[in-house]
Every structure is written in C-alpha cells, then in structure tokens.
Design a protein around this ligand. Structure first.
Ligand SMILES: [Ca+2]
Ligand SMILES: [Ca+2]
Length: 235
C-alpha cells in the first residue's frame, strides 16, 4: 500500500473527529478574502489601463494637432514664396519690356533730332529764348515723357530753358502750347514757388529724372527749340 492510499483512508476520519465545521468555515472566509483581494486588484489594474489609454489618446491628439499646424504653416509659407517668385518674374519682364521700349523710342528721337531740335550756343533770358524759337516756326521744347526727358538732358552739360512756366498764374505750370503739366521731373524741393521763379530750366548736373528747377525768367540760359522750320544762321 502506498502513502497516498494511507492518507486517503485517514483524512476523512481526522477531519470528522477534530471539529471539521470550524476548519471549513475558516477556509470559506479565506477564499472570500482572496476573491475580494483579486477583485480589488483587478479593479485597480482596469483603472490603470484606462488611464494609460486616456493618456495615449491625448498624446495622439496633441501630436496630430501639432503635425497639422506645422503642415499648414509650411504649405502657407511655400505658397507665399511661390507668389513672391512669380511677382518678381513678372516685374522683371515688365522692366525688360520697358527698357526695350525706351531704347527704341530714344533711337527714333536721335534719328529725328538733327532736323527737329535746335540747341543754342549763346544765352538769353526765357522770353527772348522763346521768341527766338517762334521766329523760326517752332517753340521752346515740351517734355511730356521720360524718353524725351532723357533724350534732351543727354545733350547738355549746362543749364537750359525749356518751354514750361507759371508766369501767368503762380503754381499753375503750363507748357508753351498751353497744356497743363501732368508729369514733372523736378529736383528735390523744387519748384520753390517763392522768390519770383516762374521759368523752368533743366540742370543736367542733377539726376536725369530729377533735374528741373524753377528759376527767375530774367536769368541768362541756353535753350532748346523744337519743330523749327528754318535753321538759324547763328545763335
Ligand atoms: Ca513760380
Ligand atoms: Ca527754384
């Protein structure tokens, strides 16, 4: 007979004889306590897992918002960069076309210049200068655009009269054909209306697009006639 057989035969009698109900009750209490501990442990594990899940979810949402914001910012910056490049290319094309147009118009003026314009070698006041041009079928030169301004200025190193004045009404600049001035190429702080300066000169030592000055009409200057029909014998 082995040991297991002996214990099987003895145990029931031992339990019966030595107060079996008390031991059974203790075992049940221990079982219940263990079950309660297991439930509590399971509950805390569940709570912990839930909190971890919530933290993970919050982390994912924050990362998603951050990535979306960065992507939008990058997209916006790239779009602005492209717009700037396009704008610069457009301006470059415009400037190139404007330069070509100016060069063509200047070439035409230089071709016409010999017959169309007269440049004096002596000096007169503004009224006498104008009269000199009118006596020969023309008048003092009128400058209404940048091309002509550049063209006329290119001939001089000294100050010359042009056909612009406010002698009739102070501050109301008019060309000799009676048209009103719409675009001027004034020196800085000119015209300075005080001091009886009513006749306009070009000062070629100033920048080509900023070289007009109002001057006393009695000052002696060289001058430029336009559209003269007869070439003066001398001037
Ligand atoms: Ca004036
Ligand atoms: Ca002046």
């Amino acid at each position: 007979m082995d040991l297991d057989s002996i214990y099987q035969n003895i145990e029931p009698e031992d339990v019966k004889d030595t107060g079996g109900p008390q031991i059974q009750s203790q075992s049940q209490n221990e079982g219940q306590t263990q079950k309660q501990r297991g439930s509590t442990c399971f509950m805390w594990m569940t709570v912990c897992l839930g909190m971890i899940c919530v933290l993970l979810l919050v982390s994912i949402i924050v990362q998603h918002i951050s990535i979306t914001s960065e992507r939008d910012l990058f997209s916006s910056t790239a779009e602005e960069f492209n717009q700037t490049i396009n704008s610069l290319q457009h301006k470059n094309t415009e400037l190139t076309l404007k330069k070509l147009k100016l060069e063509n118009e200047l070439r035409k003026l230089y071709k016409q210049g010999k017959d169309r314009f007269f440049i004096s070698s002596e000096s007169k006041n503004w009224s006498e200068s104008r009269q000199y041009c009118r006596d020969r079928g023309g008048d003092l030169v009128i400058i209404k655009n940048e091309v002509k301004q550049r063209f006329i200025t290119s001939f001089f190193k000294q100050r010359v009269w042009i056909g612009l004045t406010d002698i009739q009404q102070e501050g109301n600049m008019k060309w000799v054909d009676n048209s009103i001035l719409s675009q001027g190429f004034w020196e800085e702080s000119e015209p300075n209306v005080s001091g009886g300066e009513d006749c306009i000169e070009i000062n070629p030592t100033s920048p080509v697009l900023n070289n007009w000055n109002d001057e006393s009409c009695s000052s002696m200057r060289k001058w430029v006639c336009e559209n003269v029909t007869s070439v003066p014998a001398s001037s």
